[in-house]
Unconditional design. Structure first.
Length: 176
């Protein structure tokens, strides 16, 4: 983990609005500012040699977007898709700088919730054997605890470079 990742984890999650969704019966949330849109499950084109959690790509208004099943990514049970299964299209940090689209399959979207700093807790210490790099913290909601996810970190650990168009600056040299 880099020093900036350690600092970000130590400071805990930020107060604000979060999109709450379900994965295998549990509630998770991402900052609403990262969400572009929520769509129904649509045709998915599989891509060869991808890990099981990468379901393939979707065509969203002419743009090809990688699609990740968060249930499989987080080693949760993945029930068959149903009428509430949907896709959350987000923006995540790109390795080339800037933002890129990233879509995730979830069991259902619950609500947009606002959390004050008093509602938020840092990621608990589960010990060294548990991978918590995707978790930014926890939120109290009524009598439940909601896990807050960092999709930038999830996306940074996926082998999706082959699915993203490479961005190379044009050659401006005169002898080209």
């Amino acid at each position: 983990m880099s020093p900036t990742e350690t600092t970000a984890k130590a400071s805990g999650p930020d107060a604000g609005k979060y999109l709450v969704f379900t994965l295998s019966g549990e509630r998770y949330a991402v900052p609403v500012l990262a969400v572009r849109e929520i769509i129904r499950l649509c045709p998915i084109t599989p891509v060869a040699t991808m890990p099981p959690h990468i379901r393939g790509v979707i065509n969203l208004r002419g743009r090809v977007i990688p699609l990740v099943d968060l249930r499989v990514r987080f080693s949760l049970s993945a029930p068959p898709d149903h009428d509430r299964t949907c896709i959350i299209v987000t923006q995540v940090a790109s390795a080339a700088g800037g933002k890129r689209p990233y879509a995730v399959v979830v069991d259902g979207v619950e609500e947009v919730a606002t959390y004050d700093q008093s509602d938020l807790l840092p990621t608990p210490d589960f010990g060294g054997a548990v991978d918590v790099r995707f978790i930014t913290g926890m939120a109290h909601a009524a009598e439940q605890v909601i896990t807050l996810i960092d999709l930038d970190t999830v996306a940074a650990h996926d082998p999706l470079d082959a699915l993203e168009p490479s961005i190379t600056p044009p050659d401006t040299s005169e002898d080209a």
